[in-house]
Design a protein around this ligand. Sequence first.
Ligand SMILES: Nc1ncnc2c1ncn2[C@@H]1O[C@H](COP(=O)(O)OP(=O)(O)OP(=O)(O)O)[C@@H](O)[C@H]1O
Ligand SMILES: [Mg+2]
Length: 573
Amino acid sequence: MTLTGRLLFNLFGTPTRPAVCRAILHKHPHIFYEICSGYCPPTLEGYLTLFHTVIFCNAATAMLAKIYSAAVYGVDAYEVEIEVNGAGGDPNIVIVGLPDAAVRESRDRVTTAIANSGYYWPRGRTTINLAPADIKKEGPSFDLPIALGMIAVTEALDSSPFENFSFVGELALDGTVRAVKGVLPVALEARRRGKRALFVPEANALEAAMVDKIDIYGVQNLRQTFAFLRGETPLLPTRADLTGFFAAHQSYDVDFGDVKGQGHVKRAVEVAVAGGHNVLMVGPPGSGKSMLAKRIPTIIPPLSLEEAIETTKIHSIAGLLDTEKSFVSTRPFRPPHHTISDIGLLGGGAFPNPGEVSLAHNGVLFLDELPEFKRSALEVMRQPLEDGKVTVSRAAGTVTFPSEFMLVAAMNPCPCGYFGDLKRECRCGPAQVQRYRQRVSGPLLDRIDLHIEVPAVEYRDVASERAEETSAAIRERVFRTRQRQQERFRNDPKVNCNARMATRQLKQYCTLTQDSQELIRVAMSELNLSARAYDRILKVSRTIADLDGKTEISPEHVSEAIQYRTFDRTLWV
Ligand SMILES: Nc1ncnc2c1ncn2[C@@H]1O[C@H](COP(=O)(O)OP(=O)(O)OP(=O)(O)O)[C@@H](O)[C@H]1O
Ligand SMILES: [Mg+2]
């Protein structure tokens, strides 16, 4: 019962003719409803008192509720203060503070949800302000806090105790709280702001509960939330043990042990991962390129907890998490299809969303059938590849997403796929082959340190019962090599692996012996290697020497690195 209703009941007590009240109160439907449900003034005196009460209550209903929420911007969230002011006058609900269409629409969703949950919303002029007013607000996640604010105003509740809490959730028309995106950054922001509890849709509760030192309540509907806030029903906070969950979910479904034979290809992949180099695999159909690529995340050293939180934040914003997968604890593997748009790859949209390059952050981005990708899509990858982050500018503002990934690309050697195959004949003409390969952009190729030839797998290898080396064993070597690099670059915050060395570090750390220098010189002229191959060969040689546990780069390291430059052998193209 509303304050007004309660007041009337206390004043007049006995039931009487509803028609009297209806006439006076047609402008104040909620009071009318209260009265019609059984309590009306009995006498003229009572009628006059009611009249005064209505005027008095009309002024008194002008009140303000303040509820906190948060919204995602880039990879982080910021707090949003939602003020709901109910005043007398004609019924009208106005939302201010740069709302987008989805937020404006929440007016209709919220009022219907409130009614269907058995509450009332303020029937006069209601102003809902989303502060800070200078950032555009997106999406339906403010439904729940707006609804709570409106009920608090109608019920004339003091909303100050709610200031210790934060709320997010979309409302269905029946009052059910629906899942929203980006709950993890929201929970981190709520904790940073010192909130005691965060109320999220039940489907997002586990994801939010990964953040400790704040109580997370997963709620099913508006009625349950409000009843809990008034102390009418109990609700238990969702608990999740992040460290335990993280430790228990670091295994992969696939393993390098599944790949039979292909020893030299595996070795090349190991070199690439050890030095953080991007790779291109070239081979006929069915040679196992996709199979190998899928297993690359399994040999990268495991995610640290910080890396895992950073990666999960991006997946949370993109809405890729659910109760089954509430936390990203293994390195992501993202294989976008070649028809993907530039926005899908890089990120963007009216309110910038992370693209595949950011979803692959701390993991592997796999571009299968590389020549089929649009040239523009490959060109725009230059910034993320170079800087490890991507900046997306839209009307709503500029957002930077992290995008440090290992690029793994695969392609056939020619349109039919069998160029250079020992068993099957290639049906493509030289011009066709050349055109096909030239579809891969030069600048992108410049950022790929290793080109690996993947030949068709031999029958005896596939049929062999011999146990292959497991991912764990390879990962161990990669881990040691990465440690060596961290030690080397401890004073260079921008460089964390050999692949990221700039000219200065190349000079400092990749000095060659006389023999090695001679070998590169001969290779450059004999194999027709292009000039851009030189730096790449130096970097990869450094990694091979590191894998070998050597400080000095020797000729065998260099000669192995030269093998991984197939595309630079201009004769081959
Ligand atoms: N070395 C291998 N050991 C075991 N199985 C293999 C090996 N190579 C290929 N296969 C089998 O062949 C299948 C096809 O391999 P995959 O899809 O990786 O080939 P691909 O090189 O990506 O071909 P495409 O060019 O058509 O994409 C794999 O699913 C796997 O079952
Ligand atoms: Mg494939």
